[in-house]
Design a protein. Sequence first.
Length: 199
Amino acid sequence: MSIKRSIVYFERAGVQNTEETLKLSVERAQELNIRDIVVASSYGDTAKKLLKLIQKENLNLNVIVVSYHQGFHGEDIITMGQETMELLRNKGAKVFMGPHALSGVERAISNKFGGAYPVEIIAHTLRTFGHGLKVCYEIVLMAADAGLIKTKNEVIAIGGRSRGADTSVVIKPANLNNFFNMELREIICMPRDKRKIEQ
């Protein structure tokens, strides 16, 4: 048995693909009866757009917003403001900030001592498919370990690079201690040219 589905390829990576990425993600969630959408959102803008779209379609979805951990952009800096977090929670989203699943302490080791370590090699390998795809894997791991999604259910993950979204996939989640049980089930959309466009 086979299934034929379309994949949307954006010409370039970047924030300009956000609205279409979100629309395609919500459509695929409906088609596959997926209830969980995990979205990367640094400052909250992408998450707000997703929630607005879901509200407009009158859908009941479990939205998990994953943001940078405190200190990612400098000592004690929190990228997403408290007001934005509260707004997202009031609209029904779950907001999670935590260490990056595919860097964490290994990045501190490589920054201090140099070299490459297994988790960072995994992250760099995923980036060859696009930065957004690496982000999708990472936020699903983080959401699963935080208990915000179940590993037995497929989820839609939405990612990008720096700002906005340009990649969306269907993933069967896993926890970090079972990383290799993760399965990329479908690509909904992604950029063909992976280079970052300077804003």
